[in-house]
Each structure stands twice: as structure tokens, then as C-alpha cells.
Design a protein around this ligand. Structure first.
Ligand code: HEM
Length: 279
């Protein structure tokens, strides 16, 4: 009875019908799927940028990245909510990419083109699918490596001695982790993980692909969302290209500096003890 009343109300309420139709069109029309791809892409760009800034703390004293990781883990349900949002975004992004690719293929028909020329297509745009697949493989490996610990088990944080915080860890002046707290040694996990040339090389190739993917992807987001016009299209393109280059170099710096020994682990950490014994 209640349901019938609700359904009848919905039928006569034009606003909710419009909202429902818009929502349905997002999934059933090409432009809708492009918008979904752009919005989910935007969320993921925000995540990878924030994650890079957090990861760069590995160049500071161990208290920074260890305190930060401990604070994040302590967020409990909030952390899970963020993880679910990210997972949904990855799912939508992938689904939209597959459906749009299939649509493009079927629109082209079964006859192959006589001449196959790329017209004004950048390297990044030509290899979106390939770079996307490498990034997906990288994310799965990265989760196994640093989050679950099924790859590189012996250097996983739960198999290393805990780190004792030397100082309070504060963010914007707010104390989040106290001096003397025992926390996972994420700092040593990253140093030991990237001491392996094969692992570092894979990270470098993957962030290279991710940067290329971001380059064309971010450009397309502005196009799809209608945020680009004639007068500032060129400037915007340049900003996106510079952002992707900086993103790549900053990501490259982490495995690069650790592998080459430019960045040395702080004395007193598990990484310092293990790496000094090996080098
Ligand atoms: C050199 C570059 C990177 C470093 C040093 C790094 C480091 C880390 C570390 C240490 C963790 C585990 C944190 C913890 O134990 O609490 C982590 C988790 C993660 N990283 Fe990265 N990362 C890098 C690049 C990336 C990139 C490029 C992506 C995405 C494409 C990414 C996506 C993730 C995700 C999804 C998680 C799981 C977060 C969670 O626990 O929910 N990372 N990363």
C-alpha cells in the first residue's frame, strides 16, 4: 500500500521523474557514459594527486609517513567509505571505457579501413586503452604489495618491527599521533620495497603509463564537461601537460632515489638495518 502510494506520487511528481530519467540516461546514452567517465576520472585524479603528496613524505623523517598512515588506518569506517567510493569510481570508469570502445568499434562497421592514419592524435590519446590496462595491473599489484602484503611479504609492514614515534605527528597544528606510540613502519616498507630493481622498474613504467593516461584523460574531462573554450583551450592544455610531467617526475623520484641510493633510510629504522647489511 505504502509502495503503491510512493509509486503513484513518483508518477505525478515531474521533478523526481526528470531526475530518474537523467540518472537512467547517464548509464544508457553515450554522452551520459562520457560524463560518468569524466566525473569518475576527476575523482581518481584527485586521489592520485593526494596520494602522491602523502607518499613524498618518505623523504622526510619516518615519523611523517608512519604517523600519517597510522592516522589513516585509525579512521576506520571513514577510510572504508573512501575506499568504497574509489572502488565505485574505478568500476564506473572501466565499465564506461569498455562500453564506449565497443560502441565505437560497432559504429565503424566490420570493414577495416583501407588507410589507417592518426589525425591530430597525441601519443597519449592513441594509447589510452593500453596505458589504462597497465595502470589497472599496477593497482592490483600495488594493493598486493603495500596494502594486503601478499607480494613482497617479508618486507610488508606487519612483518617489520613497529616504529616508535619520536615526536607528536601533527597536521595543520592538530596532534593526530602522539610521541611514543607504536605504529607500523610504512617508511621502511617503502624503502625495502623499492630496493628491488624489478619492483622499482615496474613502478616507474606504471607511473609513466599513468601520467600519459592522465594527460589525455584530464584534457578530455574538460572537453566532456564543456569547461574548455576557444580562448583558453591552449593555456589549459599546457597546464594539463605540465601537471602530468610534474606528476611523473615526482612519482619517479621515489623509486628512483631509493634504488640509486640517493635517498638513504633514516638511522634506527628497519630499512636502514637491512639495507646497510646488504649494500
Ligand atoms: C611511487 C609511488 C607510490 C608510493 C610510494 C605509494 C605508496 C603507498 C603505500 C605506502 C601504501 C600503503 C599505505 C598504508 O600502509 O597505510 C599505498 C596504498 C595505496 N596506493 Fe600507493 N603509492 C604509490 C603510487 C600509487 C599510485 C600511482 C596509485 C594509483 C594509481 C596508488 C594507489 C594506491 C591505493 C589505491 C592504495 C590503497 C589505499 C588504501 O589502503 O585504501 N599508489 N601506496
Amino acid at each position: 500500500m505504502l509502495f503503491l502510494g510512493w509509486a503513484r506520487g513518483l508518477a505525478v511528481n515531474p521533478l523526481s521523474t526528470i531526475a530518474m530519467n537523467l540518472f537512467r540516461n547517464l548509464f544508457t546514452s553515450s554522452i551520459g557514459r562520457k560524463i560518468l567517465m569524466a566525473v569518475s576520472g576527476l575523482v581518481l585524479v584527485g586521489f592520485v594527486t593526494g596520494h602522491l603528496l602523502a607518499s613524498l613524505q618518505v623523504f622526510l623523517a619516518p615519523d611523517h609517513i608512519n604517523g600519517y598512515a597510522h592516522f589513516l588506518q585509525g579512521l576506520g569506517p571513514v577510510l572504508w567509505l573512501v575506499r568504497i567510493v574509489l572502488l565505485v569510481c574505478v568500476g564506473i570508469h572501466l565499465w564506461a571505457a569498455v562500453v564506449l570502445t565497443l560502441e565505437n568499434k560497432s559504429a565503424r562497421g566490420s570493414q577495416p579501413y583501407g588507410v589507417h592514419h592518426w589525425l591530430r592524435a597525441s601519443i597519449a590519446s592513441r594509447y589510452m586503452r593500453m596505458s589504462g590496462c597497465v595502470v589497472l595491473a599496477f593497482i592490483l599489484y600495488h594493493l598486493a604489495h603495500f596494502t594486503i602484503g601478499v607480494a613482497g611479504t617479508e618486507t610488508f609492514k606487519s612483518n617489520l618491527p613497529h616504529w616508535t614515534m619520536q615526536h607528536d605527528f601533527c597536521e595543520f597544528g592538530i596532534p593526530l599521533v602522539s610521541q611514543g606510540d607504536e605504529v607500523y613502519d610504512v617508511y621502511s616498507m617503502v624503502f625495502l620495497g623499492f630496493a628491488s630493481p624489478l619492483v622499482s622498474l615496474f613502478y616507474i613504467v606504471a607511473v609513466g603509463c599513468l601520467s600519459l593516461h592522465l594527460w589525455h584523460g584530464t584534457d578530455s574531462i574538460f572537453q566532456t564537461l564543456g569547461l574548455r573554450n576557444e580562448s583558453w583551450s591552449r593555456g589549459l592544455r599546457r597546464v594539463v601537460a605540465i601537471y602530468c610531467l610534474v606528476y611523473f617526475l615526482a612519482n619517479l623520484a621515489i623509486p628512483g632515489a631509493i634504488l640509486t641510493g640517493i635517498a638513504k633510510p633514516a638511522p634506527g629504522t628497519a630499512a636502514a638495518a637491512k639495507l646497510v647489511a646488504h649494500r
